[in-house]
Design a protein around this ligand. Structure first.
Ligand code: MTE
Length: 325
């Protein structure tokens, strides 16, 4: 960016004070069969050898199953995905996040669920994860800055998680917030954005099966610079919608005021659907530069809804996508 339930039973809810150690939890869950037993771990362990020898590597996630929603495009390397980041809480440069996440501790972690839902409260990260299958979803991330990467996320269905909180009929939107803690997030000591980072989706967007909460990439736990321990991934929207390190989920009647809209309303809208036909006021969105192929790599055409028109176009029937950018 350029700055000019159906059922969470009460027995399943862990009081705020009782947390699993995350690593132990993952192992215990596998032993107990809590996570979906996969015949094989994720099938596409591209460049895994490189990953485990990387200083930046994180522990393996077990029981990851491939998803039919994945693109066939070849993923970027672990190195590209974990060292070229946008995470303004750690600075504005692409290599600031990897260099400045040292003081960020995403363990233990909990998420406050509030607003228009029957089940609200503070939930441990592990309890949010527990009943869901971990899936590998290889998606292209198309940044509003007109570059893109292909990322083998590991995640859980956002809609399945949200349904467990039983949203009421008044819940028309879902708002997400990132942690606000300038001690851990040095970028928040400067007012470059209105902290904490906020994003939102309509309830129909949030329930679309393509939307996930990511907890890993390349079969490993999410590195801090990619939004540990859980972040949104909405593949048909510009990357800024995919909010990192989420601590709050709120079901609302009113449209949430997302951070980039608040910062520059003429440039960044609420919808932010990938759309090669609607330019950013200061640059074209028709093409994108694939990261990892050198500075002089040929740009590739950007696809409507980032290639997912068939799955999501109907969400916007009757909406003028030039006005609702
Ligand atoms: N979430 C928070 N909290 N802060 C941010 O600065 N940047 C967004 C998004 N989520 C951002 C964020 C932008 S602009 C992009 S392109 C993606 O994260 C980048 O995700 P990645 O670094 O994992 O590739």
């Amino acid at each position: 960016m350029v700055k000019k339930t159906s059922s969470i039973k009460s027995s399943e809810i862990t009081p705020e004070s009782v947390y699993f150690n995350r690593r132990k939890f993952v192992q215990a869950a596998i032993a107990g069969g809590t996570l979906m037993a996969a015949g094989s771990a994720c099938s596409r362990k591209i460049a895994m050898a490189d990953v485990s020898s990387d200083a930046n590597s994180t522990p393996d996630l077990k029981g990851v199953v491939p998803s039919s929603f994945s693109t066939d495009a070849a993923p970027n390397s672990w190195q590209d995905i974990t060292t070229y980041n946008n995470f303004y809480e750690f600075g504005l440069g692409k290599d600031d996040p990897v260099n400045n996440v040292g003081s960020f501790n995403p363990e233990p972690w909990s998420v406050e669920v509030s607003g228009e839902a029957e089940l609200i409260g503070k939930f441990a990260f592990e309890d949010i994860l527990k009943p869901h299958a971990l899936e590998e979803r290889i998606y292209r991330l198309r940044c509003v800055e007109a570059w893109s990467m292909v990322i083998p996320w590991v995640g859980i269905s956002l809609g399945d998680v949200l349904k467990r909180f039983k949203p009421t009929s008044k819940a028309r939107y879902v708002e997400f917030k990132t942690l606000e803690d300038p001690k851990q997030m040095p970028g928040q000591r400067r007012a470059v954005l209105d902290w904490p980072y906020v994003e939102g989706l309509t309830i129909a967007e949030a329930m679309n099966p393509l939307a996930i909460l990511a907890v890993g990439l390349y079969g490993k736990e999410l590195p801090k610079q990619n939004g540990a321990p859980l972040r949104l991934v909405v593949p048909w929207k510009y990357g800024f919608k995919s909010i990192k390190s989420i601590v709050s989920i709120r079901f609302t009647e009113k449209k949430p005021r997302n951070t980039w809209f608040v910062s520059a309303p003429r440039e960044y809208g609420f919808y932010a659907n990938v759309n090669p036909e609607v330019d950013h006021p200061r640059w074209s969105q028709a093409k994108e530069r694939p990261i990892g192929q050198g500075l002089f790599a040929k740009k590739i055409p950007t696809q409507m809804f980032n290639g997912y028109a068939e799955e999501v176009a109907s969400l916007y029937d009757g909406l003028n996508l030039r006005k609702n950018f």
